[in-house]
Ligand binder design. Structure first.
Ligand code: NDP
Length: 293
């Protein structure tokens, strides 16, 4: 039976470390870390995500500087809000919650976030830093996957890793992080031929295709570590991932459940980026640097 890579448990352990890091640095910094989650409009799913992020901040002692702007806010006003947060010395991390309402172009707004405060790790400069192996905020979901692997004692060095998906949000930074950890990485996408043959090579298989139940026993080598990033609401209720869990679990040596695998880690890595930026901006060593791939 495969080991469950339990994201809830690991996220709770990392939250304890975050709390301790904040307590240890408060004197020197003279203020708690601050995160601003910027929400524009009323997308209902975003409301849930933002509330989860704000609750997580409160649990560990990060001050929430969030703002909620109306759906018809002009781009210039959203930009002015980002610039105000960039200049605010109490704010260490800024996140623009996507999707934005129709009519707002996310590109220039995301680019306007100060790269040092880029809590999502998706700024072009930070993706470049990841590519070059330079320090900086890291993309949260793939960083969370790396933390799950490390906590389970899965060492990527020398392994064959296959990432299904090549989005800027997940697939691309995931492949770079696995490569930086000395895995030999293949990236599969919608134009890849014979996906099962590719994924069958994987010692570590990370699936981020956004297609419910697409990966089954036929795609997985016995003993592989399988990480399912996908998350979908089933029409009949409940959540599922991109992997047919019941079919793959007996084959895998370790596997993430959905929910409770990668999802909780994404929020936690947002907090790690924020506290790491707080340490850097206050001239303190970062006690969480082992979590920054
Ligand atoms: P995108 O839709 O942006 O990217 C999907 C990628 O999968 C694309 O590169 C696409 O290829 C590839 N793909 C699609 N179909 C196939 C296929 N049949 N075979 C091989 N590759 C395929 O999705 P995201 O990367 O943003 O997200 C992926 C999933 O992860 C979603 O379910 C999302 O909800 C979930 N997610 C979960 C998070 C969490 O915290 N748990 C956080 C972020 C995302 P191509 O480039 O050719 O189109």
């Amino acid at each position: 039976m495969a080991t469950r890579l339990d994201g809830r448990q690991l996220a709770a352990r990392i939250e304890n470390r975050l709390e301790a890091a904040i307590a240890a640095g408060l004197n020197q910094a003279n203020r708690p870390p601050g995160l601003a989650v910027l929400r524009v409009g009323d997308d209902p799913a975003s409301g849930v995500y933002v509330a989860n992020k704000e609750k997580a901040c409160t649990r560990v002692g990060i001050t929430n500087h969030g703002a909620h702007l109306a759906a018809d806010t002009p781009a210039a006003e959203v930009l002015a809000t980002i610039e105000r947060l960039n200049a605010d010395p109490a704010v260490d991390g800024i996140l623009l919650q996507l999707p934005l309402p129709a009519g707002l172009d996310e590109g220039p707004l995301l680019a306007a976030i100060d790269a040092e405060k880029d809590a999502d790790g998706l700024h072009t400069l930070n993706l470049g830093r990841l590519l070059k192996g330079e320090p900086g905020p890291r993309s949260c979901t793939p960083a969370g996957v790396m933390a799950l692997l490390a906590a389970a004692g899965v060492e990527p060095e020398g392994k064959r890793a296959v990432v299904v998906g090549r989005s800027i949000l997940v697939g691309q930074p995931m492949a770079l992080m696995l490569q930086a950890a000395n895995a030999t990485v293949t990236v599969a996408h919608s134009r890849s031929r014979d996906l099962a043959a590719l994924t069958h090579e994987a010692d570590i298989l990370v699936v981020a295709a956004g297609k419910p139940d697409m990966i089954g026993a036929e795609h997985v080598k016995a003993g592989a570590v399988v990480v399912d990033v996908g998350i979908h609401r089933r029409a009949e209720g409940g959540l599922c991932g991109d992997v047919r869990f019941a079919e793959v679990e007996p084959l895998a040596s370790a596997i993430t459940p959905v929910p409770g695998g990668v999802g909780p880690m994404t929020v936690t890595m947002l907090l790690v980026n924020t506290v790491s930026s707080w340490c850097l901006r206050n001239g303190m060593a970062n006690p969480l640097s082992d979590l920054v791939p």
